[in-house]
Design a protein around this ligand. Sequence first.
Ligand SMILES: Cc1cc2nc3c(=O)[nH]c(=O)nc-3n(C[C@H](O)[C@H](O)[C@H](O)COP(=O)(O)O)c2cc1C
Length: 284
Amino acid sequence: MNFKEFNSKKLDIKSIYHLLISGISPRPIALVGSVDNNGNSNLAPYSFFNAFGANPPIVGFSPALSGRTGLPKDTLLNIRDTKEFTISIINSHMVEQISLSSCEFDKGIDEFIKTGLKKYESKIIKPFGVSDSYFIMECKLYDIIELGGKKASGNLILGEVVNFHVSEEVIDDNNQINPYKFDAIARNGGGWYTDSKKGLFEVKKPKHEGIGFDELPDFILKSNLTGNQLAKLASINKIPAFQIDENKISENETLELIKSSIESNNIEDAWQYVFQLGKLINDK
Ligand SMILES: Cc1cc2nc3c(=O)[nH]c(=O)nc-3n(C[C@H](O)[C@H](O)[C@H](O)COP(=O)(O)O)c2cc1C
């Protein structure tokens, strides 16, 4: 593959920003609720966001200093002052309201009122969550790491989740969250968003240590199987014994049988066809 190269030391900040948000995508979105020292609510979306550990449960997001003025965002100022915040995860039915909440309203303006999003009272901390969300976390400040102190520099805010709220609409009796009902929205580059429920698929994790690509026969590695198909062949823990040695079909047809067995997750069968293909190639 040919790559176009961008040395970050030679790029302007805007281009760096666009590379970051287009390349690191889709990103989850934290809708962050905070309050100032006078108790005024603030709400804003942040997609430089993720979770970083479970013990203690740590989440982080990064309000950048303005690229134009270098001034801090209200969320950062509020959390520096009051050391608490909520994170609500957004769904497809809220996405336009989230976009509205990202407007630069003056400090002290309540974005709940501006966006029509409804307040959900926290149980442990002061800031409100968003009751339209299916998943709200109450967080106490763990640390703020300044990442440059210049225009467009980040400020990594880490928080410990002290309380989770999960809507009964999306969680079952075994406390499993249904990803289709959860309907999370993520942010890509430019004005693009991802509606995760429209692109959901499940990858079964290998139950054991896989044999790996280095154990696959050369003729299979050189075939037109995709990386995903080869990975499924390589995720069994032991190459099975050759059982069927009768074969009246061509190499191409055998290769198609390998593919269809892999696609239907019959990896043991796929391996039998791999042996048959090897035999056909050897007997030529
Ligand atoms: C989906 C989305 C994600 C965003 N992610 C970030 C981010 O990670 N960091 C950031 O500094 N601004 C981000 N923004 C822009 C802020 O939301 C925007 O500057 C907002 O006005 C900040 O509000 P505040 O001053 O009340 O904190 C994002 C905007 C949108 C719509």
